[in-house]
Design a protein around this ligand. Structure first.
Ligand SMILES: Nc1ncnc2c1ncn2[C@@H]1O[C@H](COP(=O)(O)OP(=O)(O)OP(=O)(O)O)[C@@H](O)[C@H]1O
Ligand SMILES: [Mg+2]
Length: 471
């Protein structure tokens, strides 16, 4: 019968052998080491044989729900060691009939293990995704080529152990790093993924504007965050010294190839301070850094410049964004019509998104006209200019809401939190947020029921550094 065909023949054979070897001490077949279910049990400290037997028992338990007799056959024969002729007799069937039932049971058991593995993988991916920054949920244009280019560098199991994604603010470093993690989760190479942001501490209500000279990520903070993400919760980390915590992390990362992203290492000083530590943690683990500044290439560190979008991709991004906010004309505009946008802001994804956001309220011609003055400006000046234009066009109520955004953490805040912080009545707050989202000044993430709102790094900087001067 076709539904009885084993989905994975190699796994079925391995499971059969594992059952036969229930009591033996022979090494566990390599097949099992690629299963997340198995890896996690071993990582918790179980011996491979014990982890495998535990896996067999829990899969038999699950098989029992749908195929009680089949689970019983496997248990009686392999685990309790009962003889085939007795088992066949008890069921009033011939031995060959018994073997047929056993074969069917193994096929079903394989399907159960595959299902359990699928569930484990999904849970694992969901945990990793929670660590990643909340991206706006957009399709990243041109991402496939970048993934194809960078994945081999991260999967080669050799130098460079540290890869730094570099480029100006808003070019897409964080987005690319997050896309790489998503992509590489699909391969067996990395056993774990960590994500740490080196962003400066948040704007503080009491103290006003942020102290931009404050140190970013310290070694202690990096180690603590990675241990919290990667080590099993059974470790009582609280009572350990920094040296002990570091030693634990080092052993962990040396034993299993992991990919650790450190996002927002904004200055060379930030990187230099961390490099000696990272070098003690690499191989087979790799680090992926994102930085606005260029690091010196070294034998174990390779720089990858995140380039501007091509004119074609820039147009694709504009159409995609226009589609999202419901600007039909712009969403269907030809490349030739969109060219002036590219000429004004270049292939900077964030700048392109902001321009589309502005066109939603003021029409493309007006926005492009206003941008004339920014043409050819350096990128910082261009952003300052774009943000200024956007700010000037916001009404008072919307500005008020925009100004509270730096008080919301990177993970985003929901409406009730924003209502609490701002004291603005929820109907007005909702309207203002909607305008800010349409203008791409605020990003929206989360689920339909539980939306949360964040701002981009550059928007945060603009709000903290520039607006204060204009108020
Ligand atoms: N290829 C792309 N397609 C569509 N949107 C993109 C693309 N790359 C980046 N973006 C969008 O552009 C914005 C800036 O991207 P991102 O935050 O990754 O930049 P960054 O280089 O990390 O900036 P910073 O240096 O400020 O941290 C985000 O809103 C992101 O969603
Ligand atoms: Mg970033």
């Amino acid at each position: 019968m076709s539904q009885d065909k084993a989905p994975n023949d190699a796994l079925r054979k391995s499971l059969h052998n594992a059952l036969k070897a229930w009591r033996s001490t022979q090494p566990v077949s390599p097949e099992f080491f690629s299963l997340r279910l198995f890896q996690e049990a071993v990582a918790k400290g179980d011996s491979p044989r014990r982890a495998l037997n535990q896996l067999l028992l829990s899969s038999l338990e699950r098989l029992e729900v749908k195929h009680l007799d089949e689970a019983q056959i496997l248990r009686d024969h392999f685990i309790d060691g009962q003889m085939v002729h007795l088992l066949a007799n008890r069921r009033n069937i011939s031995e060959s009939n018994f073997y047929q039932r056993q074969a069917r049971a193994l096929v079903h058991l394989t399907a159960v293990v595959e299902q359990m593995e699928g569930e484990r993988l999904a849970a694992y991916r969901a945990t990793i995704a929670q660590r990643l920054p909340a991206l706006a949920g957009l399709h990243l244009v041109g991402i496939e080529a970048r993934l194809a280019e960078l994945s081999p560098l991260l999967l080669n199991g050799a130098q460079p152990w540290i890869v730094s994604l570099e480029g100006i603010g808003g070019i897409g470093k964080t987005s690319l790093a997050a896309a790489l993690v998503h992509h590489l989760m699909g391969s067996d190479h990395f056993r774990q993924f960590g994500w740490v942001s080196a962003k400066r501490s948040e704007f503080n209500v009491g103290e006003g504007l942020l102290d931009l000279d404050s140190p970013t990520l310290t070694v202690t903070a990096l180690v603590e965050q990675l241990n919290a993400q990667l080590l099993s919760s059974s470790y009582a980390l609280g009572g350990l010294s920094s040296e002990q915590q570091f030693a634990l992390l080092q052993t962990h990362l040396k034993e299993r190839p992991s990919l650790i992203v450190i996002d927002n290492l904004e200055t060379i000083a930030d990187v230099q301070a961390l490099l000696p530590t990272l070098r003690q943690l690499i191989n087979p683990t790799k680090f992926l850094l994102t930085s606005r500044e260029s690091l010196y290439p070294q034998s174990d560190l390779v720089r990858q410049l995140v380039p501007e979008l091509s004119v074609q991709h820039a147009s694709d991004l504009v159409r995609q964004e226009a589609q999202r906010v419901g600007l039909h004309d712009l969403a269907t505009a030809t490349d030739a019509v969109l060219l002036p946008i590219y000429q004004a802001v270049g292939g900077n994804p964030l700048a392109l998104r902001l321009v589309v956001g502005q066109s939603y309220f003021h029409g493309l011609a007006t926005v492009l006209g206003d941008l004339e003055a920014a043409r050819g400006k350096r990128i910082e000046a261009l952003y300052r200019y774009i943000y200024r234009q956007a700010w000037d066009k916001l009404d008072e109520a919307t500005r008020k809401v925009f100004l509270i955004m730096p008080l919301i953490s990177d993970q985003g805040g929901d409406l009730s939190l924003m209502e609490e912080i701002s004291g603005i009545e929820s109907h007005h707050l909702r309207l203002a947020i909607e305008r800010l989202v349409m203008a791409n000044l605020v990003d929206v993430g989360g689920t339909v029921d539980q939306r949360h709102y964040t701002i981009h790094n550059l928007t945060r900087t603009f709000l903290q550094e520039e607006i204060a001067k204009w108020l």
